[in-house]
Design a protein around this ligand. Structure first.
Ligand SMILES: Cc1cc2nc3c(=O)[nH]c(=O)nc-3n(C[C@H](O)[C@H](O)[C@H](O)COP(=O)(O)OP(=O)(O)OC[C@H]3O[C@@H](n4cnc5c(N)ncnc54)[C@H](O)[C@@H]3O)c2cc1C
Length: 366
């Protein structure tokens, strides 16, 4: 079977599905390839992400977030501080649930784009540095797709990136491991909490949030420090120390994120979301960038002006390069540093330490 389309999207995560929706809403014939039977992570139930940069975009496509919060409590081993922020945190449901971000996007795409599940790319034909044909195996069928544009959204370990031999400068690789628990109380943690502890989450942090009676905890560590270690053990240890009441574990989830710099535009091919390594080098957030980059890539295609996308990507990559300095400080941070930082948040510090100032700058919303 051979099909022509305006846009071929590889990967049915938040980035790929958002891009497909933006484009199919504007009558671009769109095909999405997803290697699995379903879209989205199998076990993750919630992601919390900065809302300020995507508020208007998600309004435009009509996605509801589950909850917004403008408070987060930061805790070092000895101090705590509540940040009241203008930047709202959004909670998105993820995974197989009917009202997850992926499934809401899929429903909106219904009849507007073709989504091929269990689809595996087995050959890419390049002509004059542009992708001319993508050959796909789906079940026992072989499909040949001839797209005008290709959007690559197959996540941080992008197979497409490897096939096209794209060099990357990987600045930070995060290991994420989380747990969803059900609590007897509904308001145990009424807002996001960020716990800092060099021993449990080296080069990272532990965050938690509550949605109704469900509470999620996620441990983000720097891959350099926890490559072969059991993150489950670390998280269990943390939970034993920090949760006083009884709870039921609903599930564990995990994965990796990579923040770095790479080419995001090659001929007619645009990399977005995790496949473009768009993960905040400091916090490891990537959902906001996944949706935002999908929006800019779709706009560039709609206007037939791909420089719109390279300008966006250059801006993000410059932002990341600046944040990477803070990341290097974080990698070496110990509990003494975290205590100093939280005291500085509380105004109990003379702010003469350059490293503390660098981190404080990240939280300066102006
Ligand atoms: C444990 C963990 C916790 C996280 N928590 C947060 C958080 O709280 N807040 C936040 O903002 N971000 C968080 N992130 C990051 C966030 O999940 C990602 O930024 C986001 O999912 C990226 O979306 P994406 O669509 O680019 O890629 P993905 O979500 O990775 O989706 C890629 C899709 O492509 C499919 N695919 C892969 N290869 C192929 C292929 N060859 N062919 C076809 N399809 C393919 C995959 O099956 C998947 O459906 C977390 C990440 C992890 C691992």
């Amino acid at each position: 079977m051979s099909i022509k389309c305006d846009v071929l999207v590889v990967g049915g995560g938040p980035a790929g599905l958002s891009a497909a929706l933006f484009l199919s809403n504007k009558s671009f014939s769109t095909i999405v390839l997803e290697k699995s039977k379903t879209c989205g992570p199998k076990h993750t139930k919630y992601d919390i992400t900065e809302g300020n940069r995507i508020r208007e975009i998600i309004d435009e496509i009509g996605i509801n977030t589950n909850k917004t919060s403008s408070r987060s409590e930061w805790l070092s081993p000895n101090y705590s501080h509540i940040i009241e922020s203008e930047i709202e945190d959004f909670y998105f449901k993820r995974g197989p649930g009917e009202d997850s971000l992926e499934n809401v996007l899929l429903k909106k795409l219904n009849n507007k784009a073709d989504v091929f599940f269990k689809a595996k790319v087995n050959f890419i034909e390049l002509k004059k540095k542009e992708i001319a044909t993508v050959k796909v195996n789906k079940d026992s069928k072989k499909i040949e797709i001839k797209p005008r544009y290709v959007i690559v959204a197959d996540g941080p370990e992008s197979e497409f990136r490897k096939r096209l031999n794209i060099d990357t400068e990987n600045f930070a690789k995060f290991n994420g491991f989380g747990v969803l628990i059900e609590s007897c109380q509904s308001d145990v943690i009424p807002h996001a909490k960020i716990y800092l502890d060099e021993k449990i989450a080296p080069g990272g942090y532990i965050y938690s949030g509550s949605v109704g009676k469900e509470i999620f905890f996620c441990l983000m560590t720097d891959d350099k420090f926890t490559k072969n270690e059991s993150l489950k053990q670390r998280l269990n240890f943390f939970l034993e120390r920090n949760t006083k009441e009884k709870f039921t574990v609903k599930n564990y989830f995990g994965g990796i994120g990579i923040s770095g710099i790479q080419e995001v535009l090659l001929g007619n091919t645009l990399f977005i979301g995790g496949a473009a390594l768009f993960y905040d080098p400091f916090l490891g957030y990537g959902l906001n960038y996944a949706i935002e980059s999908a929006y800019f890539a779709a706009n560039a295609i709609k206007k037939n002006d791909l420089s719109i996308y390279t300008e966006y990507a250059n801006r993000i990559q410059k932002e990341f390069k600046d944040i990477f300095f803070a990341r290097e400080i974080w990698r070496k941070a110990n509990n003494n540093f975290f205590d100093k930082l939280i005291r500085a948040f509380n105004g109990e510090y003379d702010n003469s330490d350059e490293k503390i100032n660098k981190i404080l700058d990240l939280f300066n919303e102006n």
